[in-house]
Design a protein around this ligand. Sequence first.
Ligand code: PGA
Length: 245
Amino acid sequence: MRKPIIAGNWKMNNDVNETEALMNTLLPLVADAKAEVVFCPTYLGLQKAVEMAKNSNVGIGAQNMHFEKSGAFTGEISGEMLVAVGVTYVIIGHSERRQLFNETDEAVNKKAIKALSLGLIPIVCCGETLEERESGQAEAKVVRQMELGLKNIDDITKVVVAYEPIWAIGTGKTASKEEADEACGWVRATIAKLYGEDAAQKVRIQYGGSVNPGNVKELMAMKNIDGALVGGAAIKASFAEIVKF
Ligand code: PGA
């Protein structure tokens, strides 16, 4: 049985004071969640969030990391630095990072391998553009991202994957539950091809893209969907309804 996992990607929202306020609001509301719960504030909110989430059911994740330990990488943060503040999850290869910051599948792979070596749980993202979906390229895109992004992983069962069609992110347009389940199935089949069916059955696959309290239940009922990566709806009190689906 795969334990459902629902993560909130706060993106570039909430300064450290706002992070504290949102944590104060959300922590009690999500205490009886059905899923494993993860909050991913900005780097600057991580330390505060980790302190506040101690002795709670919430794990704290970063939204990105560099694969090197230290050095001349201006503006970057290493996995070691995340571990040092008590972070336990990290989102890797979010479509905004791929599209706006030119992150490649190769970098995603290096980051995922590094995160696992440090004991961080990587949430590795994939997903197609609207153009790719409309031209029948969605499956090929997702399979390629997974083949390149998830190669040479020691223990694939520790990885969480988030399938997020780019056309559904922040648009209010959710993939239908059938489309979302089908694409999560492509992810699982690719993992099975790389690491075998048994391992693939243990990997948790989230759907992301305009998940909200109104659509989470039907998405979570699908056989290949084990959770959600939530953006806009993650920084509101009603996120609690999502984790209780
Ligand atoms: P959204 O974002 O829920 O606002 O669509 C999801 C994400 O980018 O992870």
